[in-house]
Design a binder for this molecule. Structure first.
Ligand code: CO8
Length: 263
């Protein structure tokens, strides 16, 4: 699918090594629906399979990263339909992407929007960003990992308060809770600019080492400590089979910049 065929997202390359995906349903505050995820998954996979791309930035608008799943699309769904057709199953494809995905959150990241940000590897937030899991106000609960990823990150008490009341938290609270790695400075588009700078920096490293690093950090959410440490050690050993390890260490010894070839 080429870029001009997307109707719910915009795809660009602000740097040759960075893909920027912008959710683009402004009238609905980027409410997430099946059509949007179909396109998002294609764009993510395209970037993941492109050897010239080293990192991906996912963003929305200044007003909303995404205000959640599309309530109007969901409201008449029935149990038999959502259960038998495994509704939301392909909404988590982002978690299978091998390259780092940075969420640049401006405005609302609510419900599925908050969950989508939490699926990313790094979250940068604008000072006006708002995070929340308001599903309880609709008579439902989070369905895209909110109860699991959020709880692992912020702890039980904070996750319970957010999920049981639907209260939105500010960017600075999200930073204090450890949900976002940092809140960027004021200014329109600043969060995307900073995310692209970060993505470009990551893309300049050895892509094999970056992929391995992402894999081992994510394993910390799935494995117990001895298994996680063992996995990390094995991946560490494995990198000694790469040219980039030789190049990185030789460059250090020769006091020059490494020239990684991703091999
Ligand atoms: N779905 C559909 N339309 C939406 C949504 C949504 N989630 N959010 C906003 N919109 C629409 C509004 O209906 C409105 O449309 P229209 O102009 O046609 O009336 C337009 O966007 C602008 O919204 P508002 O007029 O409400 O703007 P405000 O600035 O007054 O309020 C809010 C902004 C606070 C964000 C408000 O719109 C709101 O509360 N939105 C709903 C938030 C919500 O409840 N989100 C959770 C949805 S349920 C969910 O996400 C389940 C997750 C499933 C898993 C997903 C895995 C990734």
């Amino acid at each position: 699918m080429s870029t001009q065929h997307y109707e719910n997202i915009l795809v660009s390359n602000p740097e040759p090594s960075v893909t920027l995906i912008t959710l683009n349903r402004p009238k609905a505050l980027n409410a997430l629906n099946s059509a949007l995820f179909k396109e998002l998954n294609v764009a993510l996979e395209t970037a993941d399979n492109d050897r010239t791309i080293g990192a991906i930035v996912l963003t929305g608008s200044e007003r909303a990263f995404a205000a959640g799943a599309d309530i109007k699309e969901m409201k008449d769904k029935e149990f038999a339909d959502v259960y038998q057709n495994n509704f939301l199953e392909n909404w988590q494809a982002l978690t299978k992407i091998r390259k780092p995905v940075i969420a640049a959150v401006g405005g609302y990241a609510l419900g599925g929007g908050c969950e989508l940000a939490l699926m990313c590897d790094i979250i940068l937030a604008s000072p006006a960003a708002k995070f929340g899991q308001p599903e309880i106000n609709l008579g439902i609960i989070p369905g895209g990992g909110g109860s699991q990823r959020l709880t692992r990150i912020v702890g039980k008490s904070r996750a319970m308060e957010m999920i049981l009341t639907g209260r939105q938290i500010t960017a600075s609270e999200a930073e204090k809770y450890g949900m976002v790695s940092r809140v960027v400075g004021e200014g329109e588009g600043q969060v995307v600019k900073d995310a692209v700078v970060l993505a470009k920096e990551i893309a300049s490293k050895s892509q094999i080492a970056v992929q391995a690093a992402k894999e081992v950090v994510n394993a910390a959410y799935e494995l117990n400590l001895p298994e996680g440490l063992r996995f990390e050690r094995r991946m560490f050993h494995g990198l000694f089979a790469t040219k980039d390890q030789k190049e990185g260490m030789t460059a250090f010894a020769e006091k020059r910049k490494p020239n990684f070839t991703n091999a």
